[in-house]
Design a protein around this ligand. Structure first.
Ligand SMILES: *Cc1c(COP(=O)(O)O)cnc(C)c1O
Length: 235
């Protein structure tokens, strides 16, 4: 087994150690926090090694690359999370191959995913992505659009509304990180009362997972902390 794979397994353990410490500091049960390993740009061998080490939940951003891995890994079947930007011509393959989509922020995409989700599969789990930093360059809907989009997901037979996702502006200051995550959490709490039940707050990456856990994250999306820096300009 190559040393990169050994390193990735070691880092997976280290990520679990960070998550456990942060959950303890937040006074939250560990079972309420799931780790999605973000495996974009990583070869399938790395994913298989982590799967053998007990990790069965992966996040991907680039569809073509993801489909190759999904094809190669079906026994046991991982839980696949799509977390990248969604173009209309990609919705069919996403609806057919993933269990979760975290990056939904447009009515037209909701409609297509619902129409294209195969009837023999369970409903596709949906998180609405919110642009909490209100930056023109970042994807996600505005907080004002949330009730309308949430209602559309609720009304879709083949979709299941689970919660919210965000990628806030990066900061090294924990107070700034926490402020962004708290904003998402407040939107989640509001939507819980109007469009619940919700159970998923998808926030926290390699550099800010502690802040995210303190503010209530249920799903962390972690890549770099496990695999090291990505050698690509794709993201
Ligand atoms: C790449 C990516 C991540 C992982 O980020 P790291 O900093 O490598 O942990 C998480 N979420 C989204 C949406 C991403 O695109």
């Amino acid at each position: 087994m190559s040393s990169t794979i050994e390193t990735a397994k070691l880092r997976l353990q280290q990520a679990h150690t960070r998550i456990t410490a942060a959950a303890e500091a937040a006074g939250r049960p560990l079972e309420d926090i799931r780790l999605i390993v973000v495996s974009k740009t990583r070869p399938v061998a790395d994913l298989l090694a982590l799967q053998a080490a007990g990790q069965n939940c992966f996040g991907e951003s680039y569809l073509q690359e993801a489909l190759v891995k999904i094809e190669a890994m079906h026994n046991p079947l991982p839980e696949w999370h799509f977390i990248g930007p969604i173009q209309s011509n990609k919705t069919r393959a996403i609806a057919e191959s993933f269990g979760w989509v975290h990056s939904v922020s447009r009515a037209s995409i909701i409609k297509r995913l619902n129409q294209q989700r195969p009837a023999h599969l369970p409903p596709l789990n949906i998180c609405l992505q919110v642009n909490i930093s209100a930056e023109a360059a970042k994807s996600g809907c505005s907080p004002q659009q949330l009730p309308n989009l949430a209602q559309r997901v609720r009304d879709a037979d083949h979709l299941r509304l689970r919660g919210l996702m965000a990628v806030p502006v990066a900061s090294d200051q924990i107070s700034v990180q926490r402020r962004s995550f708290r904003q998402l959490r407040e939107l989640y709490d509001q939507l819980q009362t109007t469009h619940g039940p919700l159970d998923t707050l998808s926030m926290g990456m390699s550099n800010d997972l502690e802040a995210a856990i303190l503010e209530g994250a249920t799903h962390l999306r972690i890549g770099t902390a496990i695999f090291g820096p990505r050698h690509t300009n794709q993201d």
